[in-house]
Ligand binder design. Structure first.
Ligand SMILES: CC(C)(COP(=O)(O)OP(=O)(O)OC[C@H]1O[C@@H](n2cnc3c(N)ncnc32)[C@H](O)[C@@H]1OP(=O)(O)O)[C@@H](O)C(=O)NCCC(=O)NCCSC(=O)CCCC(=O)O
Length: 343
């Protein structure tokens, strides 16, 4: 966007939910241990999200050249894909007029990101049109691209053609446990294998700037084989700020890469990913939303084969409006889970 700030105040999307349907079911007790909800995980909603203060706050080095730093690095010690996509979209948006809004992006992860050095973002102003503006961004480390991304922006153009799927009915986030609460619950089991305990404690030590509440934890953690479909509520930790749609899109791009690929592993609880990495990621933005408010992520994997898995995602506002869709193919090299590690 013009002026180098990821900020605007888009007021309406032009898309409405289907016949006022609200997909959230009435409150109900989802897991027996209600006490855990109050004991576990501090409420950080009053804090400005680290995604705003640091991760998506790129340093300008020159015209169309930015530097991004890291906050959370996954255990794999390669950069989190969502961080690179989110930062690439921030860089792309900086040269786009305020009245153009991201409607889609298409990315390839071509090399693993190195967490020891910052990432440079080189923006190419591919085209400025009357309705659409396109930017190409190359994320570079050690002189070589790690991500190539095309992002397209459009002026608001209302249309009589408006439809969307209906949001699935699920319990509201207030009735579900966060990933951290579920892990603590699991850790309290006396017969838990040592290997599993170690793995879960490592997960707890993660400082991921995203909060997640799985709708069906057993599917999410792949205790049993299940259809490659998952639903979870997700939001950025901390406060992002109102009326800043461009930033909310960048945050959503960050969050969207977090738990997508695991969907393709759900039918195979006896296999563990030895190497899992997103190969490409596409995203379409449909409506206004707040990425620091709970949104329902509906993910399904239509196919897996040749050491790859394909996953589609829909991101719903809790009032039933389809906010965004995404699609990703990932590399999944697997090995059987050793008996001693089974939960
Ligand atoms: C995907 C790859 C690895 C593809 O590379 P490649 O052509 O295989 O490259 P390479 O340098 O030749 O090899 C890399 C490595 O893969 C090994 N390899 C290659 N082929 C095979 C095989 N058939 N069987 C078993 N191993 C194989 C090679 O020996 C290399 O291993 P090494 O690094 O030497 O230990 C590359 O393009 C890449 O690293 N891209 C970046 C992917 C990425 O970083 N994505 C974003 C992070 S993933 C993420 O954030 C999602 C997390 C969300 C979630 O967990 O749900």
């Amino acid at each position: 966007m013009a002026g180098g700030e990821v900020g605007d105040s888009r007021s309406t999307s032009g898309l409405t939910p289907n016949s006022g349907h609200v997909g959230v079911t009435e409150p109900q007790k989802s897991l027996e241990d209600e006490n855990l909800k109050t004991l576990a995980s501090q409420d950080t909603q009053d804090l400005k999200s680290v995604l705003v203060t640091s991760v998506l706050n790129l340093e300008k080095l020159d015209v169309d050249l930015y530097r991004g730093t890291h906050h959370w690095v996954p255990r794999t010690q390669r950069l989190f894909g969502g961080q690179i996509i989110g930062q690439a979209l921030v860089a792309a948006a900086k040269s786009v007029s305020d009245n153009f809004y991201a409607h889609s992006l298409h990315c390839y992860f071509v090399r693993a990101g190195d967490p020891k050095v910052p990432v440079l973002y080189q923006v190419d102003r591919t085209r400025d049109g009357r309705s659409f503006t396109v930017r190409s961004v190359k994320a570079v480390q050690h002189g070589q691209p790690i991500l190539i991304c095309q992002a397209s922006f459009q002026k608001l153009q209302p249309s009589p053609l408006e439809h969307q799927f209906t949001m699935p009915s699920v319990p509201p986030p207030e009735d579900l446990l966060t990933v951290e609460e579920l892990i603590r619950l699991h850790l309290s089991k006396p017969d838990l294998a040592e290997d599993a305990k170690k793995g879960l404690n490592k997960l707890l030590a993660n400082e991921v700037p995203i909060e997640i509440k799985p709708v069906s934890p057993a599917h999410f953690y792949r205790f049993t084989p299940s259809e490659p479909r998952r639903l979870f509520w997700g939001r950025a930790r901390g406060y992002i700020g109102e009326g800043n749609m461009k930033l909310h899109c960048c945050v959503a791009a960050y969050v969207s890469d977090f738990a997508l690929l695991g969907t393709a592993m759900q039918p195979y609880p006896n296999y563990r990913a030895q190497f899992a990495a997103s190969l490409d990621h596409a995203m379409w933005f449909h409506s206004t939303f707040c990425s620091d408010e709970w949104m329902l992520y509906e993910c399904e994997s239509s196919w897996a084969g040749s050491s790859r898995g394909l996953v589609q995602g829909r991101i719903w506002r809790r009032d039933g409006v389809l906010a965004a869709s995404c699609s990703q193919e990932g590399l999944l090299r697997v090995k059987p889970v050793p008996e001693s590690s089974k939960l």
